[in-house]
Design a binder for this molecule. Structure first.
Ligand SMILES: Nc1ncnc2c1ncn2[C@@H]1O[C@H](COP(=O)(O)OP(=O)(O)O)[C@@H](O)[C@H]1O
Ligand SMILES: [Mg+2]
Length: 463
């Protein structure tokens, strides 16, 4: 059975409020509370504290958080570290990578597919950049350390971000950090901790009961000749910081146990539903396709072993299908360029026309102007820029009045846009080249969205 991690993100736009100390020590305390509870951690910061606390000397490392963002499976990046905590090695290069990250749901998606059990803790940089946003969106619990009023004011930005994106602000909780117990006040808020909590609650921010006292002992755990970072649990027992961390870790563990469905699982379910919806939509589009080329009448084979080179769709969705590449290029030559002659495949004129037409999109709009029924023909770039526009008379028969030969332009309009009795719907026929190797790929999610956008752009320029 697949597993889904419960994700905790420690975040604040302020530096030096105790994020990293909190994230790393919480991992150690949680692990100590449950031997069997898998606890993992990684940091988006570039100070390598995670590595200094959890890495073993000489431990062979493969991969780091950069690889995580590049899509490497998270389980392959985790290293078993000190105190039984699993960690992903840090990277000093993340800022270079940021511009390439599209959207804030990347991590959520990675965790949904991670098959990772237990609790995963993320330490973030003191900014609301795209990496922090990803860590926030993926989190079941966001812990925001605050040490003074400026850091408290600052966390409004995280709350605002959640508000903007329609995310549940319930996952956000503040914790007073670096509290100097010696500082006392007159009045209802008798110390720093109560004052910060009072302010937080006043602003509608949820606050943990625990707090992290300021302790010179903690500070000293970062500085030693070994270049390591030591945890509070093993090196500062008997202190108030230790007591508070123990209590805090129990609170977090209880929250974890109460969460039957972590966000990674919910997101996984949502992704599955999305995939299913996309597949169903694709199937529906596929079944709506004409089975033959409207220009020559030849049936298309189901295995794609034919020469479908263009896709057409009536702007009102009333008709859609493919056109044989050779048929449509010939049709354009005859109808638009008045060049009704046979070409061999290697004829330079033919090749030139064929290639030029593969770079364009086309719109045919039948309507009445002063001179009678016409078809307005427009040619666009694949970016939606109008290249040319010209009207052609719409006649049922080609040649003179005694001719019996059907006019292909008229037939195409009837086949795709007829309402009844030779009258047309108020719509246009839109045609775009497709990859002949995979002509149906245009109907798949992202491609079809692009096609629809282009059609919309064209529509705005026709009316
Ligand atoms: N409870 C504490 N008592 C004393 N010093 C602390 C405490 N927590 C953190 N520090 C020190 O404060 C500094 C900033 O802490 P850090 O966890 O790196 O904050 P951030 O990640 O928010 O920048 C570090 O030097 C750290 O040793
Ligand atoms: Mg930090």
């Amino acid at each position: 059975m697949n597993q889904y991690p419960y994700v905790i993100t420690v975040s604040s736009e302020k530096g030096g409020v105790g994020k990293t100390t909190l994230a790393t020590n919480l991992a150690v305390y949680l692990k100590a509370l449950g031997e069997d509870l898998p606890v993992s951690i990684f940091s988006f910061d570039n100070h390598f504290t995670v590595d200094k606390m959890f890495g073993f000397a000489g431990q062979p490392l493969s991969g780091n958080v950069e690889d995580l963002l590049a899509g490497a499976p998270i389980k392959e990046l985790l290293h078993t570290g000190q105190f039984g905590v699993e960690y992903i090695p840090s990277s000093g290069q993340l800022s270079l990578l940021k511009s390439g990250i599209r959207g804030a749901m990347l991590l959520a998606k990675i965790f949904a597919q991670s098959d990772l059990p237990g609790i995963l803790i993320i330490d973030t940089r003191p900014e609301l950049d795209i990496l922090t946003q990803n860590a926030l969106y993926a989190a079941d619990r966001v812990i925001i350390p605050v040490k003074d009023t400026p850091s408290l004011e600052n966390c409004k930005n995280i709350f605002d971000l959640f508000e903007q994106k329609g995310m549940n602000r319930k996952s956000l909780s503040l914790i007073p950090c670096l509290i100097d117990s010696r500082v006392k006040f007159e009045g209802i808020f008798k110390d720093q901790k109560s004052l910060l909590k009072g302010y937080a609650v006043n602003r509608g921010f949820r606050c943990f009961d625990s707090f992290i006292p300021k302790s010179p002992k903690v500070d000293s755990l970062n500085t030693n000749p070994d270049g390591r970072v030591y945890p509070i649990l093993t090196n500062a027992r008997g202190t108030e910081v230790h007591n508070q961390f123990s209590q805090f870790a129990r609170t977090i563990l209880a929250e974890y146990r109460e969460t039957a469905e972590p966000r990674s699982l919910l997101y996984h379910q949502w992704l599955m539903e999305e995939d299913e919806r996309k597949r169903a939509e694709y199937e529906t589009r596929l079944t709506g396709l004409q089975s033959h080329c409207l220009l020559c009448g030849e049936s298309f084979s189901r295995d794609g072993a034919d020469s479908r080179g263009f896709y057409f769709e009536a702007s009102d969705g009333g008709s859609c299908g493919h056109l044989d590449e050779r048929c449509f290029v010939k049709f354009l030559l005859a109808t638009v360029h008045n060049l009704d002659q046979e070409f061999t495949e290697d004829d330079p004129t033919w090749i030139m026309f064929k290639n030029a037409n593969r770079e364009s999109a086309f719109a045919f709009r039948p309507h009445e102007n002063g001179a009678g029924k016409v078809v307005e023909f427009s040619r666009f770039t694949l970016q939606g820029e109008l290249l040319s526009k010209k009207s052609y008379p719409l006649k049922e028969k080609s040649g003179g009045i005694f001719s019996r030969e059907k006019n292909p332009l008229h037939s195409l309009m009837i086949d795709t846009l007829e309402e009844q009795d030779g009258r047309f719907r108020d719509a246009f026929l839109f045609i775009q080249p497709v990859n002949p190797e995979r002509p149906e790929a245009i109907l798949a999610e992202e491609n079809y969205r692009r096609f629809s956008r282009l059609k919309q752009q064209v529509s705005e320029q026709l009316s």
